[in-house]
Design a protein around this ligand. Structure first.
Ligand code: COA
Ligand code: AMP
Length: 638
């Protein structure tokens, strides 16, 4: 007999309309759909065409009506500011509808954009929900991005209003957000008409009269706004993510399909019931924060957690265990890098012994490849299923996972288990033919993508087609390479483009190269991702200096490191760079980044047949040794 997973998977691919039409009964609709799946404008499929709904109503009002008003909706815990508070669904409804009222009074209406630049405080989630309440479109920008990156997003999204806070707190550092926001608004051509600022006691913001409003005052005086019905296919949010160039891609998500997918996933992927506490230890600025700090748990009538702290150092490597036992958290979702950080500080998990962890049922990991060591450490110490699952900003939820609500498969460390129902995952070779089991190729998803995946890229339909749909006709290109083994387990090995993953944060090496190239002393440059024991990958730069530069190499390196921090932000974690005479290239002039990365990581590599001058690789190796890479390779060769 086939298990529940297999039945669901087969049905979802055989008859997607029947499968998702059934799942859609979990959502409240003002008007149901004319058609579950509209395929009249391929590759832009649309779900639940003709239906009307409101995401905020489903995440908040509905639970109050159903008697969950007194239940905790959000638990906020901030070891960095020594505060914690719980917000019930009743209180959430009040705060969200007041903020929506304040924004409506500023002219925000259906289809308008609202940008959020927020630290991990409940106001971030409240801001997202209030925007959705008005049928407007939010765009959350991660706090670790610099003003110029924020400006690029302001220019592209053209938000009427920006929601922000006076400061964020990173460990022991208080980072004033307002000066960064002011600088970004100055830099951008488009100007929002207003900002609404949450004032925090750690650093008050100077408000510009007429433009900046105090959050608390604006909400206190506001008339609560009602939910505005929107089409299921109307955009709920734009989330910018790294592409292969410096111009970020604005991934657009809809209202209806998104809710159907997330509700389905809460039950069948995460096995979380209404009333239970689910904690995604990420940041609202990333897709994990959108799907599983804000929307998934709240749509499900569960309790979500907004944690303003780190896995280690706030105050120690027991921070996650303290949270789980204190708030009776049923499942934790985080990036493997957080567990590597904990394991490094407390290898024998001594701190775990201080806490009652009996409430914890599962650990979910995503954002980067989970190394078997980390998985094994988590399994042996936590003694709960550890689910590695694979997804992307574009997909909005998991492509491959161990769906605990359907069937728990044995774990194979290194694999995010099986494709999730809805995702027709295939591995194709260079000739676009299916690879046999166990052979590595391009991971693609046969169209249509299930509900919840990207609608398009904001104002860039053609870029969307070029990026995802043109290389493998009839498929979505994940830009990940991997394989499916003979048991149907998926493996995700690496990106096929220039995206790297630093501490679970997705970054573009192309974007960093654009910054290095803008330095007046740099003639040519390359950035690669090198393996790092804690963060998974780190960026490493190579620069060739222009003739006649009189500064020392170290001076230029210090300047370009500073420039990347200024232009992209601290999140880029760009700290290592080396000066080289020339870069290895093919005869047609393409920089051999893949070969450089293999040399840096001490991996075997084949001399590229098209290399112009093989001697340059020796020079690269030498300079890599100077910054602590490639050494072991030489030693093992001796
Ligand atoms: N606002 C401003 N700055 C931020 C920031 C934010 N929201 N988030 C990170 N930064 C800064 C950090 O302070 C750091 O600055 P520094 O160079 O001055 O030290 C820099 O950006 C790099 O951050 P990060 O790569 O996260 O390194 P870290 O040393 O601060 O923390 C970990 C390392 C592993 C503890 C942390 O990345 C982590 O907990 N990651 C797992 C969870 C997660 O966020 N996953 C995301 C997707 S699921
Ligand atoms: P992001 O869009 O920031 O979520 O990053 C998506 C990318 O992170 C994917 O394309 C993968 O390269 C990587 N990724 C995410 N989850 C996993 C996982 N479980 N295993 C391997 N790689 C992953």
């Amino acid at each position: 007999m086939t298990n529940a997973y297999q039945q669901a998977y087969d049905k979802s691919l055989k008859d997607p309309s029947a499968f998702w039409g059934e799942a859609a009964s979990a959502v409240h609709w003002y008007k149901t759909w004319d058609k579950v799946l509209d395929d009249s404008n391929k590759p832009f499929y649309r779900w639940f065409v003709g239906a009307e709904t409101n995401t905020c109503y489903n995440a908040v009002d509905r639970h109050v009506k159903d008697g969950r008003g007194k239940q905790a909706a959000i638990i906020y815990d901030s070891p960095v500011s020594n505060t914690s508070r719980t917000i019930s669904y009743d209180e959430l409804l009040d705060q969200v509808s007041r903020l929506a009222g304040a924004m409506a009074a500023l002219g925000v209406a259906k289809g308008d954009r609202v940008l959020l630049y927020m630290p991990m405080i409940p106001e971030a989630v409240i801001g997202m929900l209030a925007t959705a309440r008005l049928g407007a479109i939010h765009s959350v920008v991660f706090g670790g991005f610099a003003p110029s990156e924020l400006a690029v997003r302001i220019n592209d999204a053209k938000p009427k209003v920006i929601l922000s806070a006076s400061c964020g707190i990173e460990g022991s550092k208080v980072l004033a957000y307002k000066p960064m926001l002011d600088e970004a608004i100055n830099l951008s051509d488009f100007k929002p008409s207003h900002t609404i600022m949450a004032q925090r006691p750690q650093a008050k913001a100077e408000l510009i009269a007429g433009r900046d409003l105090d959050w608390a005052e604006a909400c206190a005086g506001a008339k609560p706004a009602d939910c505005v019905p929107v089409k299921a296919t109307d955009p709920l949010y734009i989330l910018y993510t790294s592409g292969t160039t410096g111009a970020p891609k604005g991934v657009v998500r809809d209202n209806g399909g998104h809710m159907v997918a997330l509700l389905w996933s809460m039950k069948y992927v995460y096995n979380i019931k209404p009333g239970e506490v689910f904690w995604a230890a990420s940041d609202v600025g990333w897709v994990v924060g959108h799907s599983y700090i804000c929307y998934g748990p709240l749509l499900n009538g569960s309790t979500t957690v907004v944690y303003e702290g780190k896995p280690v150092g706030t105050p120690d490597a027991g921070a996650f265990w303290r949270m789980i036992s204190q708030y009776k958290i049923a499942s934790l979702f985080t990036a493997p890098t957080a567990f590597r950080a904990i394991k490094r500080e407390d290898p024998n998990a001594e701190l775990l012994k201080k806490y009652d962890m009996s409430c914890m049922r599962a650990l979910f990991l995503a954002g980067e490849r989970s190394d078997p060591d980390t998985i094994n450490w988590a399994v042996s110490n936590l003694k709960v299923p550890v689910v590695d699952h694979w997804w992307q900003t574009e997909t909005g939820w998991a492509i491959a996972a161990n769906c605990l609500g359907l069937h728990e498969f044995p774990i194979k460390p290194g694999s995010p288990t099986k494709p999730v129902p809805g995702w027709g995952l295939e591995v194709l070779d260079e000739g676009h033919q299916p690879c046999e089991a166990g052979k590595v190729g391009s991971l693609v998803v046969r169209l249509p993508l299930p509900p919840g995946a990207l609608l398009t890229l904001w104002n860039a339909d053609q870029r969307c087609i070029d990026s995802y749909y043109s290389e493998f006709p009839g498929c979505y290109k994940t830009a990940d390479a991997g394989m499916i083994d003979e048991d149907g387990y998926a493996y995700v090995m690496s990106r096929t483009d220039d995206i790297i993953n630093v501490a679970g944060h997705r970054l573009s090496t192309g974007g960093m190269e654009e910054v290095l190239a803008s330095h007046p002393d740099v003639a040519e440059c390359a950035v690669i991702g090198v393996a790092d024991q804690l963060k998974g990958q780190l960026p490493l730069g190579f620069i060739c200096l222009k003739a006649g530069v009189t500064k020392t190499d170290d001076q230029v390196i210090a300047e370009v490191v500073k420039l990347v921090r200024e232009k992209i932000g601290p999140v880029a974690a760009f700290k290592t760079c080396t000066v080289v005479k020339r870069l290895p290239k093919t005869r047609s002039g393409k920089i051999l980044r893949g070969t450089m990365q293999k040399i840096a990581d001490n991996q075997d590599f084949k001399m590229p047949a098209t290399i112009d001058d093989p001697a340059i690789l020796e020079e690269i190796e030498e300079s890599l040794e100077g910054v602590g890479y490639a050494k072991a390779r030489k030693e093992s060769a001796e």
